[in-house]
Design a protein around this ligand. Sequence first.
Ligand SMILES: O=C(O)CCC(=O)C(=O)O
Ligand SMILES: [Fe+2]
Length: 392
Amino acid sequence: MAQISSNATAPTADSLPDNLNHLEFDDLPAFPENVPTAPLLRLSLKTLLAGDAGEEERLWKASRELGFFYLDLRGAGGPGSEDLGEVEVKDGGVDGDGLLKDADMLFKLGEQLFALPTEEKQKYDFKDQGSYFGYKGLGAGVLDAKGTKDRNEFYNVSKDDILGTGERLPAPALLEAEDSRVCLASYIRRSHAIVSLILGRLEKALGLPACTLRDLHRLQGESGDQVRWVRAPPSSTPQSAQQQTLGEHTDFGSITILFNRLGGLQVLPPDVNGVPQQWCYVKPLRGHCVVNLGDAMVKFSAGVLRSNIHRVVAPPGEQEQLTRMSLVYFARPEDKILLKALEGSKIIDQAKTTSGEDEEDISAKEWILRRALGRRTGGDWEKAGGTEGSRI
Ligand SMILES: O=C(O)CCC(=O)C(=O)O
Ligand SMILES: [Fe+2]
């Protein structure tokens, strides 16, 4: 593929606003029409998998300008489709419909998990052992520098634990069950395959030697990759309805694959001609995941790629009274990788020269620990910032 130009204009037909009502979740109250929605490009995994140059250009645009996009998973890859992938870039294991099925099963498992008694869930909070895996209770994280408590619960499951390549952490019997581990393993493999596909396309667009990014994110490599369930109960008072449930942040790692059903996720689009924009909802779409880039991609690319600020508020409109749950796969660089601008790309070299910023010597593991634990109650907020700079 020819080098993608940095000022490419992508077609707009598939970006919001668009009539996407056919992609709503029929079993849920409708996402309201009268709230601002974020202009995420809607990319197709099937088209990316086929090596389509136009779709790669849209991926490049989305990854630079907003750092967030929808990915339509339907009909992409799956058993018997290995031949579809571009020869130059191996896309083994991509199965969009399989991933959608895994996500459905994990939504059900998440509901059962959070229904466990609080004392039981609390046993798996490993913060005091210096780990970001396991449970985080309601209000155990902070939203801002003042220490305002969050309004959600998390459960984080380690990739290396599930794939048997790392420490096996204590977990509730529900997650220890063979069926649960098999489903988690499948979800992890399929999410990781999509992450690799995206990294492959981005390394090409950046002009990096083939596999540069993918080799920093090997499935079997020791890393902070995790599956996360996020659950937020409906707000009990009009006052709490105004509060965020998850504070403004950029993601710590490389690529995040997110499944949402109810609204509530918001992104802050970049300033337009120096004019700040308003927070916009990301409308959940059936058959799609939301993909966003994290801080590691900003560091590897010397700021060419974007890790955008986002937050979670109460679901909008008629969805407000429902419990909101989301399912996330966070792909992060392998633990020992230093988060520095990569060598071998003219685009990155040029960005490094222009920015002239000093790079901190920090590994992926240290970065993620500092960021994750710094956002827990009693953590060091100031030191736990990401690549958002003055954007918060
Ligand atoms: O729940 C969501 O929609 C987003 C969650 C999120 O941003 C995160 O866990 O980092
Ligand atoms: Fe996030």
